[in-house]
Design a binder for this molecule. Structure first.
Ligand code: ATP
Ligand code: MN
Length: 478
C-alpha cells in the first residue's frame, strides 16, 4: 500500500529496476559530471541519493529543487558509484510537488541551535536530529505497550478531566466553561461551580493513578499511558506542563515486586530501542560526541550506546532513603559545603543530591526506598516504624527521578487517617476509599515520565526537545 519508502528502497538489491521515490530534498550538489540530490522521507535517518546528468533537466526546473522542497523522482535503482551508500537512483523524471524558497525556508543545510529549532517546531521534525528522536519515541511507546501486553497487563484509559484534586502532585489546570467575564456567584460571593459544566470544579489530570488503582482492584494488572498535566511554573530541563505518563498498577505486588518490575521494564524498553533504532541512536551518539568535544575530558559522558548498554547490563543499586542520607552526609560536597541545599534526615532530596548518588557515588541507576512519610503522598503504605512509607524512586544518570512509585496503603483506617491528616475532605475521595472497604488487597504501582525516558535514551539535554510540540510556561504556540 502506498509507494515504497526510502527505508525499504535502500534495502533493495539494485537491478536497474524502475523506482519511484518521494521525499524532501536535504541537499542538492552539482558537479561537472552530475547533479546529486539527497532525498529523505522520514522513514529512516538515511537519505537516498538521486543522480541526474548535467543538462538533463532545464535550469528552470533545477532552480526549484532546493533544500526543503518536495519531489517525486522516477528512475532506475542502480549500485552506487560513490562511497556512503550501496544504491542510488538514476533519475529519468522529476516532479516537484512543493517548492521551498531558499530565501524563506529556515532549515538550510547548516547547524541550527536547539533553541532556534524550538521556535520552528512546525518544521523541526524535518531535521535529522528531530526525526531520529521522533522515531525513537515511537519505538519506545510501542515497546511499552508490547512489554505490558506480554506480561498480562491491560491498558486502562483513565480520564483526562478529573474532579479529584487529591493527588497533590502539582498545580492543576482548571477546566471550565464558565464565562470568565461574568462568573456566577454563591450568596457568599464565591464562584459558584455548581453552574459549571460538571457541576463542580474540574481540572486536567496530574496522574491516572487513583483511577488506575480502581482498575487493578478488578483486573489485577493494568497500566495507563496518557497525557498528564502540571501547571507548575518550573522552568527546568526535566519538566513539561503537558507530558505523557506510564502508570502500571498491580494487585498483589509488594514493594519488592514493584521494584523488580520497574527495573525489568525500563531495561526491556531500552533494549528494544537498542535493537530497533540502531541508525538513529548512532546518529544521536555522534551528535553528542561532537557536542562534548568542547568540554574538558573529565566532564565528558560515556558514548550514548555504551551508556544505554551499561544501564541494561547492570543491576540497579537499591537502598533506603535513610542509607542515602548517610552517604550524602559523609560525602565530599557535603563536608565542603558544596551542596546548595543542606542535607539531613527528612529533607526532600533535590536533584543535586540525587545526581551525586547516581553519577558520583554509585555510577549507575539507583532505587531509593522507604522515604519519610512527611515528604511523600498520602496513599503510600506506612512502614512498621510509622516514620517512613513504602515508596520507591528510580534515579537515572543525567535525569534524576525517572520513576516514582510505592506500595499503596490498603488498610482503610490508616488510609482514612492519612487523608484527614493532610487535609483532604474524605467525601471527595469516597470512591477511592471504598476500594479499601470492599475486598482490599496489597497492591503497588509506579509512574514513569515517558519524556524523561526518551530523554535518557536519546541523550537530549532538554525535555522540550523530546516531545513534538512542548508545552511550558508561556509556550503553547504549535
Ligand atoms: P519531580 O520531583 O522530578 O518533579 P515528581 O515527584 O513530581 O517529579 P511524580 O509525581 O512522582 O513526579 O510523577 C511520576 C513521574 O512523572 C516522575 O518520576 C517523572 O518521570 C515524571 N514527571 C513528573 N513531573 C513531570 C513534568 N512536569 N514533566 C515531565 N515529566 C514529569
Ligand atoms: Mn514535580
Amino acid at each position: 500500500m502506498g509507494p515504497l519508502q526510502i527505508k525499504d528502497i535502500l534495502q533493495t538489491a539494485p537491478e536497474n529496476q524502475s523506482v519511484v521515490v518521494k521525499g524532501w530534498v536535504r541537499t542538492k550538489r552539482e558537479s561537472k559530471n552530475a547533479i546529486f540530490i539527497a532525498l529523505n522521507d522520514g522513514s529512516t535517518i538515511n537519505n537516498i541519493q538521486a543522480v541526474a546528468e548535467p543538462g538533463q533537466f532545464s535550469a528552470e526546473l533545477l532552480l526549484t529543487v532546493t533544500t526543503g522542497s518536495c519531489l517525486k523522482v522516477t528512475g532506475q535503482l542502480i549500485a552506487s558509484q560513490g562511497a556512503g551508500q550501496t544504491v542510488e537512483v538514476k533519475i529519468s523524471d522529476i516532479e516537484v510537488y512543493g517548492t521551498a524558497d531558499p530565501e524563506e525556508y529556515p532549515l538550510q543545510p547548516k547547524k541550527h541551535s536547539l533553541e532556534f529549532l524550538r521556535e520552528i517546531a512546525h518544521l523541526r521534525p524535518r531535521t535529522n536530529t528531530f526525526s531520529a528522536i521522533l522515531r525513537i519515541r515511537h519505538a519506545l511507546a510501542f515497546a511499552v505497550h508490547q512489554y505490558f501486553n506480554d506480561k498480562g497487563f491491560f491498558y486502562l484509559h483513565t480520564p483526562v478531566i478529573t474532579a479529584s484534586d487529591a493527588e497533590g502532585a502539582g498545580e492543576m489546570f482548571r477546566v471550565t466553561t464558565l464565562d470568565l467575564n461574568n462568573l456566577p456567584r454563591t450568596e457568599e460571593g464565591a464562584i459558584n461551580f455548581k453552574e459549571d459544566f460538571f457541576g463542580r470544579e474540574a481540572n486536567l489530570t496530574v496522574s491516572g493513578q487513583l483511577e488506575g488503582e480502581l482498575g487493578a482492584m478488578a483486573l489485577s494488572k493494568i497500566y495507563t499511558f496518557g497525557p498528564t498535566f502540571r501547571a507548575e511554573n518550573s522552568n527546568t530541563t526535566r519538566h513539561l506542563a503537558e507530558f505523557w505518563m506510564i502508570e502500571p498498577e498491580m494487585a498483589f505486588f509488594e514493594l519488592e515486586d514493584n521494584m523488580d518490575l520497574a527495573e525489568d521494564f525500563v531495561k526491556k524498553v531500552i533494549t528494544y530501542a537498542l535493537i530497533n533504532c540502531k541508525d538513529d541512536l548512532n546518529f544521536l551518539q555522534n551528535r553528542l560526541t561532537e557536542e562534548e568535544k568542547s568540554k574538558p575530558q573529565n566532564e565528558r559522558s560515556l558514548p550514548l550506546l555504551e551508556k544505554l548498554a551499561f544501564v541494561v547490563d547492570n543491576p540497579f543499586e537499591r537502598l533506603t532513603y535513610t542509607e542515602a542520607i548517610d552517604i550524602l552526609l559523609k560525602s565530599k560536597p557535603h563536608k565542603e559545603g558544596k551542596f546548595q541545599f543542606p542535607v539531613g534526615w527528612g529533607i526532600d532530596l533535590s536533584s543535586e543530591h540525587e545526581r551525586y548518588l547516581v553519577e558520583k557515588h554509585f555510577k549507575k541507576p539507583v532505587i531509593l526506598t522507604n522515604y519519610p512519610r512527611e515528604i511523600k503522598s498520602f496513599y503510600m503504605k506506612l512502614d512498621e516504624d510509622g516514620k517512613t512509607v513504602r515508596a520507591m524512586d528510580v534515579l537515572f544518570p543525567g535525569i534524576g527521578e525517572i520513576i516514582g512509585g510505592s506500595q499503596r496503603e490498603e488498610n482503610y483506617e490508616k488510609l482514612l487517617g492519612r487523608v484527614k491528616e493532610i487535609g483532604i475532605d474524605p467525601e471527595n475521595l469516597w470512591w477511592y476509599l471504598e476500594t479499601r472497604k470492599f475486598g482490599t488487597a496489597p497492591h503497588s504501582g509506579f509512574g514513569l515520565g515517558f519524556e524523561r525516558l526518551v530523554q535518557f535514551v536519546t541523550g537530549m539535554g532538554n525535555i522540550r526537545d523530546v516531545i513534538p510540540f512542548p508545552r511550558y510556561p508561556k509556550s503553547a504556540e504549535f
